[in-house]
Unconditional design. Sequence first.
Length: 384
Amino acid sequence: MIFFHGHKFINKNGKYYTSGSLNNGVFQRYLHWFGEVTVFANERSATKEHAKLINNNNEVTNVNLDLINTKVNLRNFITVIRKVKKAVYNHDYIVVRMPSFYGILAVRFARKMDKKYLVEVVGCPWDAFWNHSLKGKIIAPFMWIFTRKTLKDAPYAVYVTNEFLQSRYPTKGKSIGCSDVVLPRLEKGTLEKRIEKINLVEKGKPIIIGTTAAVNVRYKGQEYVIKAVSNLNKEGHNFEYHLAGGGDNQYLKSVAKEYGVEDKVFFLGALPHDKVFEYLDNIDIYIQPSKQEGLPRALVEAMSRGCPSLGSNTGGIPELLNKDFIFKNGAVDEICELLKKMDEKMMLSEAKRSFKKAKEFDKEFLDSKRTNFYKGFVDNVKTV
C-alpha cells in the first residue's frame, strides 16, 4: 500500500521523525491491513524548535518513506507529478489523506490506471486555505473544487467527522465517520479529580482557560480569547489564559500587550505529548476557538480529562460540545458571555458531559470500526 499526504517529516541526521499525528502507532494499523506500507509525503530539516520534541517516541521506523524536499516541491512541479504517477503504478493499494495536493494527483492517476483507492478526509481545505493567508484565499476555491471531485466518485471514504465533512465533500461510494483521535485508556478517577478541583476553586484565584494549538497559525483563533480575557477582567472577573503549542508567539504577545493582559496570558511552548495531560489537569476550562478544524484532537483530549469545554462553530467542533457552549468563530462578545456562564454548577455539569463524550473515542471501539471498513477495501481489491 502507498499512503499519500502533505505531512512534513523531520530529517535529523538521516533519521526521520514526526511532530504530528502520523506516528508509528497510526502506521501500525496500516501494516496490519496491508503488510507493507510506503508513505509519500514531504521532508524538512530539523530546526532548533524541533529539538526538544524529537525523541525515540516519534521516530518513524517501520514504514518505507518516499519523501519530497519541500523546497524542491514547487520548483519541480512536473517532476513531482511524474513521481506520484510512478508511485501509484508500483502499488496495489492506494490510500490518500485529504486535504492534500499529492492525494488529488494520486487519485487522478489511480482512476486512469483503474486502481481502487480509499480517501481519508481529516480536514476542510476551504477553511484551511481561506483562513491561512491572502495566497491561501486564492488557492481555497481550487482545493475545494478538486477535493469535492476527488471524493464524489471515491469507492471508499473515511471521514473524521460524523456530519460536517460529509456534507461539504460527499461521496457516492461506501463511507464511515470514524475519528482518527487515539486516546489512551480513560484513567479511573480522572473525573473524580476534576470534580474535586472544581469544588476546591478558591474565590479570588484566577480561572485558568487553556488551548492546545500552534501559536503561529492565525486560524487557531487564540487572539479572540485574549481579547475576551481583557474584556472580562476589565469587568472585574479574574481569568488567565494558558497557551500550549509551538511556533513564533510574537503576534499573540503583541495582542496581549495591546489589550493590557500581558500578565494574564502565558505561553508554555510546545509540550511533549506525555506532558499535555498534566497541563490539561491544571487548567479550569478548555476552549477551541479555531476558524478551521476537522475533528480537533486537542479538544477530545481535553474532554477526556473532564475539562469543561467550549468552542467555535467550525468544522467538527459542534459535534463534540454542548450546543449551549458553541460560539461563532471570531465572536469575542459570545466568548465572554459563555465564560460568564461557567459558574461552579455549570462547570461540574460540563465536566461530566465532557468525560462521558470522550468515551466515544475509546481506542478499541474505533479500531474495530475502522478495521472492518478497511478489510472491505482490501478484500475488494483482491478480487479485482
